[in-house]
Design a protein around this ligand. Structure first.
Ligand SMILES: [Zn+2]
Length: 68
């Protein structure tokens, strides 16, 4: 996935090295609340440390890319 400055993405914080992992594009630009009560789990590989961890929806949040 290409990350573009000024766009919004759903992100998680890596559980191993604490970097921000951009998970998917957010076309709503932060306007859609992520349903924290849904317990679907997302598996994400960290591009920085290669750790594979599971995150639930409550750990996802949308943010704007201010710098790359
Ligand atoms: Zn990591």
């Amino acid at each position: 996935m290409k990350i573009q400055k000024g766009e919004w993405y759903f992100t998680v914080q890596c559980k191993s090295c604490d970097v921000t992992i951009y998970f998917s594009h957010d076309p709503s630009r932060g306007k859609i609340e992520i349903a924290a009560h849904q317990d679907s789990v997302i598996k994400v590989t960290c591009p920085a440390c290669q750790a594979v961890d599971e995150y639930d929806r409550g750990e996802l949040f949308s943010r704007e890319v201010k710098y790359i």
